[in-house]
Design a protein around this ligand. Structure first.
Ligand SMILES: *Cc1c(COP(=O)(O)O)cnc(C)c1O
Length: 517
């Protein structure tokens, strides 16, 4: 038997004729509701029975709390259920496919987690004597070695704590290099399709951001780029593969031209997933590039962290790298903590300690468990999977750029024209299909963009099911004369469509009891 989607009905599947929308509890079987903790709290209820604090002189110098905290009084099982219920309403890479790709999350092999918890790595402290953390320093040194090998670059700064922090490191090195030459350069060129962190970084470092338009084929417009080069240009920040999922074919010429103009080439390497083991940034003339360990080399991340963004540097920028860095002498590891000597022109320190140790361990575990052949296959499979999605949907969705893509398949919303259904509606309908929606409305250079990055770790079966869902929704959008079917999606999620603008503009950050409001 086929259900209305054309998928075989599974044993025990409830038929569409039963209205299951109303229950007394508001729960829908395994989908369990939970009120705010403030609504659940009952005065005097306790979770932990602590002995009364001893009377004695306060050591808080008069800053003692005069009233209660205002937090609800709850029992332990109440708290536990509340958070477990919330967690079950959430989506995760362990529960399903994330078409947002490595940028947000790809599969995190469990062996990495095991390695990160090994006694002696998981419980060390950055203020321990150096002699007692030789193994940890050796690990940082090993990882640095492999990052330099993979990228073909002579130096790497390990301390930046995320991709954007790595950009800051790279552009600060560029600034320091110009200052050392006594040059005052004020402009940084950034393609229009760049990730928002690129112009933000350049601006934070005091540069004027000069946007370079894209060509018809989605790459940076070389004529516009040449016209903008000049003695006041400090450098260019280019993402390769770019945010349209395309390889910038002119990358070597871009490097040569910016060097001729006396500037430096910053490459946003967050998309390393697509070229790992296939192309070395060092061979492309890159001067600085951050590598998002949490993306390419996998670490569970989200909601702002944790991340790690080591920056590989060219010969020209290496002297300006931040401290500290690991040095090995006579078989002993130590940390170079201060810029010293004439050759060392370090711009300073980016972080209190030596970097994101937990992520270093996971990244190295990921590298070692894959081996060099496996790392290369990551890029090949990531690109193959993206092209499989692109080619499989090409008859129902329009790709703005011809030809094969790298690790991301990009579509515009031209097929939805005159249907009354928008990219946002389609994304919300994907939630009903059990997927986290793809990246939408980015890159900005493509109208109603839908950017799908499957990554290397998804199987053909998973991709086929996803492609089937997309095809089903697009065909439904084109054939329906009632776009409201879409504008109301998601229908089956724990919450219906939220007022996102209202949530951003008028956030309710303080709970008010009903009687007070
Ligand atoms: C993720 C990403 C960044 C920023 O990295 P964070 O670790 O989130 O700070 C920069 N550029 C691109 C292209 C990215 O995908």
């Amino acid at each position: 038997m086929l259900n209305n989607v054309g998928r075989p009905t599974r044993p025990g599947e409830v038929s569409d004729s039963v209205d299951a929308s109303e229950t007394f509890t508001g729960n829908k079987a395994l989908n369990l509701e939970t009120p705010l903790t403030f609504e659940q709290g009952v005065k005097g209820r306790i979770g932990v029975d602590l002995p009364k604090a001893k009377e004695g002189a306060s050591r808080l110098g008069g800053l003692d709390r005069k009233e209660g905290t205002g937090l609800p009084d709850m029992s332990e099982p109440q708290v536990l259920r509340h958070y477990v219920r919330l967690s079950r309403q959430n989506y995760s890479i362990d529960a399903g496919f994330y078409p947002l790709g490595s940028c947000t999350m790809k599969h995190n092999p469990r062996i990495n987690e095991k390695a990160a918890r090994v006694v002696g790595l998981g419980d060390i402290h950055p203020l321990q004597p150096i002699s007692s953390v030789q193994g940890a320093l050796a690990l940082i040194d090993d990882l640095a070695h492999w990052l330099k090998t993979i990228t073909g670059m002579p130096a790497v700064a390990m301390s930046p704590a995320a991709g954007a922090h790595g950009e800051l490191c790279g552009v600060m090195a560029i600034k320091a290099a110009h200052e050392a030459k006594g040059e005052q350069r004020t402009r940084i060129l950034v393609p229009e399709s760049a990730h928002g962190t690129n112009p933000a970084t350049a601006a934070l470092c005091g540069y004027k951001v000069d946007p370079v338009p894209a060509r018809e084929d989605g790459r940076m417009d070389m004529e516009a780029f040449k016209a903008k080069l000049g003695p006041d240009v400090a450098g260019v920040m280019l993402t390769n593969p770019n945010t349209c999922g395309l390889f910038e074919n002119d990358v070597k010429e871009i490097a040569d031209l910016v060097h001729e103009a006396g500037g430096y080439f910053y490459c946003d390497g967050a998309n390393l997933n697509a070229i790992l083991g296939r192309t070395r940034p060092g061979d492309l003339g890159v001067d600085a590039m951050h590598i998002n360990l949490h993306k390419t080399f996998s670490t569970p991340h989200g909601g702002g962290g944790p991340g790690s963004g080591p920056v590989v540097l060219s010969e020209a920028l290496a002297p300006y790298a931040p401290v500290p860095y690991v040095v090995k002498k006579d078989g002993e590891y130590s940390l170079q903590e201060h810029a010293s000597g004439e050759a060392d022109a370090s711009f300073g320190r980016m972080k209190a300690f030596h970097g994101q140790m937990g992520m270093f361990i996971r990244a190295l575990a990921y590298m070692i468990s894959h081996g060099s052949d496996g790392l290369r296959q990551i890029a090949e499979d990531a690109v193959l999977n993206a092209n499989y999605v692109r080619a499989s949907l090409n008859d129902v969705l329009h790709s703005p750029f011809d030809g094969i893509c790298m690790h991301e398949a990009l579509f515009d919303d031209s097929t939805l024209k005159d249907t009354g259904v928008t990219t946002l509606d389609l994304a919300k309908a994907m939630i009903d299909e059990g997927y986290h929606p793809m990246t939408m409305y980015f890159p900005l250079v493509v109208h109603g963009a839908m950017l799908i990055e499957p990554t290397e770790s998804e199987s053909k079966e998973t991709l086929d099911m996803f492609i089937g869902s997309m095809r089903h929704l697009v065909e439904k959008a084109k054939s329906t004369n009632d776009p409201d079917v879409f504008s109301q999606a998601p229908l089956y999620a724990p919450r219906r469509r939220l007022d996102e603008t209202g949530a951003a503009r008028k956030p309710i950050l303080r709970w008010q009891p009903e009687e007070a409001s």
